[in-house]
Design a protein around this ligand. Structure first.
Ligand code: CP
Ligand code: NVA
Length: 308
């Protein structure tokens, strides 16, 4: 059966732990011959229905550094833009490519690609998930604190794709995650139900509150994300009103542990979800986290395209 990465839940605790170990390993030995040629002759297709800087570039560089190549598939100029079906395109591309990374809107659309493709489909962000980002997050936490198991963290902001993947990551890897959102912006109910099952499997703890101060109290990492995600541009003004009091600033961060780090998947909007002081301050780990996308992606590609 073709292995896909549609969300972190499909990896299970063991699969996620293995992915994390491999990400650490490739980061430590980037130039080793076994990695330099690991994907020789293989091609990853990349399809974006939404904008991207980090995901696109880090996947392309990861493929190059592993000896393979990446190909950006234009949604506008391909026949997809003229109505060719996902099913037919997935079957065709499976004859040329070794893997396909997709950033799109509905998760059902990604599942449709996975249903018809005979090559691995990698979720490069959907409305409900951003799994590759969460692997980079775990790698960053492990580097800072030596472990992910038992580490406490808070996610303050919208109960969105990034929050969902963090919840799955925390559940599967034994972390203690407190999610604080304004009322009405809580994580998706079905994702939350699945996360409860994953907590039982992986030993994590995930709680949801509307009180950012309570969530941040004593934690080692504070994470936030944009208030209006891609596709929610018209809601921007309303969301800025509704998220008042949810900015991660020095006052909020002061409630965290003394060695707490600040995390953000980027792009960040200073003055909205994060203050400039926190974003550019000493506790900010955001560019380490951005770098770790590259190493995390390599682990994903090695696991799915050649089996680790
Ligand atoms: N964090 C992240 O996925 O960044 P991009 O949107 O730039 O890919
Ligand atoms: N939640 C954001 C993440 C961007 C990387 C979005 O979906 O736009």
């Amino acid at each position: 059966m073709t292995r896909h990465l549609l969300d972190l839940a499909c990896l299970g605790p063991r699969g996620l732990a293995d992915l994390l170990l491999l990400a650490e390993e490739v980061k430590t030995h980037p130039r080793e011959a076994r990695y330099a040629d690991a994907l020789k002759g293989r091609t990853l297709g990349m399809l974006f229905h939404k904008a991207s800087t980090r995901t696109r570039i880090s996947f392309e560089v990861a493929m190059n550094q592993l000896g393979g190549s990446a190909l950006l598939i234009s949604t506008k100029d391909s026949q997809l833009g003229r109505g060719e079906s996902v099913a037919d395109t997935a079957r065709t591309l499976s004859r040329y490519l070794d893997g396909l990374m997709i950033r799109t809107f509905e998760d059902e659309r990604l599942a449709e690609w996975a249903e018809h493709a005979t090559i691995p489909i990698i979720n490069g962000l959907t409305d409900l998930h951003h799994p590759c980002q969460a692997v980079a997050y775990l790698l960053t936490v492990k580097e800072r604190f030596g472990t992910v198991q038992g580490v406490s963290m808070a996610y303050v902001g919208d109960g969105n794709n990034v929050a969902h993947s963090l919840m799955e990551a925390a559940a599967l890897s034994g972390m203690d995650l407190r999610v604080a959102t304004p009322q009405g912006y809580e994580p998706d109910a079905e994702v939350s139900r699945r996360v409860r099952e994953l907590c039982a499997e992986g030993g994590g703890r995930v709680t949801v509150t509307t009180d950012p101060k309570a969530a941040v109290d004593g934690v080692r990492a504070v994470y936030t994300d944009v208030w209006a995600s891609m596709g929610q541009e018209e809601e921007k003004a309303r969301r800025e009103r509704d998220f008042a009091g949810f900015q991660v600033d020095d006052t909020l961060l002061a409630g965290a542990a003394g060695d707490a780090i600040f995390m953000h998947c980027l792009p960040a909007y200073r003055g909205l979800e994060v203050s400039a002081g926190v974003m550019d301050g000493l506790r900010s780990a955001v560019f380490d986290q951005a770098e770790n996308r590259l190493h995390a992606q390599k682990a994903v590609l090695l696991t799915l395209l050649v089996g680790g």
